[in-house]
Design a binder for this molecule. Structure first.
Ligand code: SF4
Length: 223
């Protein structure tokens, strides 16, 4: 894919290779102009959780609440995810959370009107990928949980289909050796599911997270 002038990609804003711990990455990302999404957004939303976590949860992008607070997964979908993580037996101290794209993409009909979530396109995912790649190297989780199609495209390739391959442990070669990945739906998809089927969608998310907990191999999912 040709690079657009407004999407040079994040590489130029990465700290030097000796300073790519999460704290330095988070600080450096505040200056990123790797694509045009930085401009209308309030701020970069990098990551949260434990930087030595054995499980990394990777979502799509910050939402409206996250954009305002500068912290990922603090809106309604984040709350649902937190509950699902706990129900699946994953310990808080094992979990690092981040997104494939670090600025909120939205549409707005007029200033002051409600900001409507817009899915980042493949160009945004590509532009932002250096941050995600660098933080996964820094955190070095044992298992990466891929939440939804955008994160799946970033980490498992454009042809990956979450609906077909969710809830199973996949092994992929990375710069940190062979890593385990588990794909599942994004918690916002549970919230969008009509009420009669919502509980089933939520149970599916929990079941997939249990697979990730089991992949840690220490009985975490049985707690
Ligand atoms: S979305 Fe990613 S690449 Fe684009 S400006 Fe924000 S941090 Fe940089």
């Amino acid at each position: 894919m040709a690079t657009r002038p407004d999407r040079p990609g994040a590489t130029a804003w990465l700290p030097d290779p000796d300073h790519r711990d999460v704290a330095h990455l988070r600080e450096a990302a505040t200056a990123c102009r790797g694509c045009e999404l930085w401009e209308p957004a309030t701020q970069v939303v990098f990551s949260a959780g434990v930087v030595t976590g054995r499980v990394a949860l990777v979502g799509e992008q910050p939402g409206d609440v996250e954009d305002q607070r500068g912290i990922p997964f603090v809106g309604p979908a984040g709350r649902l995810l937190q509950e699902a993580v706990a129900e699946a037996g994953l310990a808080r101290e094992d979990v690092y959370v981040t997104n494939a794209v670090k600025h909120f993409r939205f549409s707005q009909s007029a200033p002051g009107n409600r900001r409507i979530h817009a899915t980042p396109d493949a160009g945004h995912v590509t532009a932002c990928k250096p941050w995600l790649a660098a933080e996964l190297v820094a955190v070095d989780p044992d298992v990466v949980v891929v939440l939804g199609a955008t994160a799946a495209k970033a980490l498992l390739g454009p042809s990956f289909r979450v609906t077909r391959e969710r809830g199973v442990v996949l092994e992929r070669e990375t710069s940190r050796g062979t890593k385990r990945f588990v794909a599942t739906i994004h918690p916002s998809a549970v919230l969008r599911t009509p009420a009669p089927e919502r509980e089933q969608a939520r149970a599916g998310l929990v079941a997939d997270l249990r697979v990730a907990a089991s992949a840690l191999g220490d009985g975490a999912a049985e707690t």
